[in-house]
Structure formats: structure tokens, C-alpha cells
Write a protein that binds this ligand. Sequence first.
Ligand code: HEC
Ligand code: HEC
Ligand code: HEC
Length: 189
Amino acid sequence: MIKFGTKIINLIFTVVRWCRRKRALIFLAGMGASVLCFVGINAAMRPVSRSQYCGSRCHEMNTAYQSWKDSSHRANRNGICVECIDCHLPPEDDYFAHVAVKAYCGARGIYEHHFGSEYDVEKTRKEVLDSIGNQRCTNCHNDLLAKPGSTAARVVHAAILNQPDAPDSRCVKCHEDVGHKRQNKLPSP
Ligand code: HEC
Ligand code: HEC
Ligand code: HEC
């Protein structure tokens, strides 16, 4: 009888140990899968985040890509290249927002490419103008007043930085052309 009781207790301990090990295994497998997912997403995102990829995959992007090449953020004398994602997506430091918006825009783009109506540059331009908040620009231009830029610019910028939420204080309201040089109206293919 005592022997039988010990056997039962041993069995219970074995089952508990097994469960613990199994939980540890499941936990480790979960961790491994998360790390793999993270590395995978990052590796997959790198090539699709390049401006050349963003701009040359489908004909809808052609006007945007060509006009970006001529813009001050690409064709400047210092050879600095500001990428599409720097203006069009939340910053990479805000990882989840960055990935979520990228996934949403990518999926919407693919859907509209196959099932949507004819791409309308003007309509999309207006949507983009409404959606690019000042923060996208001030992530890089955080020294607007300190810069030895023109006095006119400093006066205007001091005024708008005092009223950051006013509609007229939006960077793209005055600097509409920074990402795409539109003067030489390029034909949409
Ligand atoms: C410096 C910021 C900036 C950069 C860099 C930039 N954009 Fe833009 N983009 C804008 C702004 C502002 C608008 C709205 C005003 C306009 O269209 O001129 C816009 C408009 C657009 C539009 C809608 C109008 C159209 O031409 O179809 C698309 C699409 C677009 N951008 C894609 C891109 C792609 C692709 C790249 C990189 C090759 C890029 N942008 C780089 C700021 C930027
Ligand atoms: C990733 C960093 C980055 C982002 C994001 C960015 N810029 Fe710039 N911007 C630069 C750099 C670098 C230059 C200087 C290029 C040069 O040396 O001429 C510049 C130049 C400029 C200039 C002077 C040239 C011109 O076109 O008149 C303006 C104005 C400007 N940016 C406005 C903006 C606005 C508005 C936004 C947001 C839509 C923005 N930038 C987003 C980095 C950035
Ligand atoms: C009310 C209009 C207006 C708004 C809004 C505005 N700017 Fe400007 N910005 C100017 C003027 C005017 C200049 C001077 C242009 C020149 O000298 O050719 C200028 C020049 C610049 C320059 C060139 C460097 C310099 O200081 O001379 C940068 C960069 C710049 N602006 C970034 C921004 C950013 C970022 C925002 C949003 C936080 C912004 N601007 C909002 C009017 C504006």
C-alpha cells in the first residue's frame, strides 16, 4: 500500500516536472519564434523600404519618383538623400507605428493597383498634404531658429513655432514642393 502511494507521488512529481519542462520548452520556442519573426520582418522590410523600390515598382509611383529625384531632398548640393519613408511613414524609432502604417499603405496600394479606379495624382497629392504632420519634418529640422538661415525664414518660423497647432503653421502649407519638384509637370504614364 505504502509502495503504491510512493509510486503515485513519484508519478505526480514526474508529470509536474514534465509539464514544467514542457512549459519552459513552449516558452523558449515562443521566444525563438518571436526573435525569428522580428529578424524576418526587419530583413523583409529593408529592401522594400528603399526609395528605388517604393518608387519604381508600379506605374502609379512614377510621377512621385521622378519628381522626388529632382527635389531638394534628393538633388541637393550636399549629396544628402532623404528617402520616401522619411516623409511618408512614422519614424523607424516608433517601430510599431512604422510597421503598421507601412503594412496598411502597402496593402492599400496593392489593392488599389489591382481593383481600384485610375490613379489620380492630384487627389492623392491633396490627401498626402493633409496627412503629413509637422513632426515628420521636425524629426530632422529640429533647429529651425538656431540655424544661420535667412532672417525671413527665422521670423516666419518663430511665429509658426509659437502656434504649432494653427492650420497655417503646417510645414507643407508653405513648403509643398520639398519632396517632389512639380514645376516641370511630368506626364503621368
Ligand atoms: C521631403 C519629404 C518627402 C519625400 C522625401 C518624399 N515625399 Fe512624397 N510627398 C511629399 C509631400 C509634401 C507630398 C504632397 C505634395 C506633392 O505631391 O507635391 C507628397 C506626395 C506624394 C505622392 C502623391 C502624389 C503623386 O505624385 O502621386 C506620392 C505617391 C508620393 N509622395 C510618393 C513618394 C515616393 C515614392 C517617394 C520616394 C521616391 C517620396 N514620395 C519622397 C513629401 C515627400
Ligand atoms: C530625414 C531628414 C529630413 C526630413 C524627414 C525632412 N527633411 Fe528637409 N532637409 C533635410 C536635409 C538634409 C536638407 C538639406 C539639403 C541641402 O543640403 O540642401 C533639407 C532641406 C530642406 C529645405 C531647404 C531646401 C528647400 O527645399 O527649400 C526645406 C524648406 C525643408 N528641408 C523642409 C522640409 C519639410 C517641410 C519636411 C517635411 C515634409 C522635411 N524637410 C523633411 C532633411 C530632412
Ligand atoms: C508660413 C510659411 C512657412 C511655414 C509654415 C514654414 N516655413 Fe520654412 N520657410 C519659410 C520661408 C519664407 C523660408 C525662407 C525661404 C528662402 O529664404 O528662400 C523658409 C525656409 C525653410 C528652410 C530652409 C533653411 C532656412 O532656415 O532658411 C527650412 C529647412 C524650413 N523652412 C523648414 C520648415 C519646417 C520644418 C517647417 C514646419 C515646422 C516650416 N519650415 C514651416 C516659410 C515657412
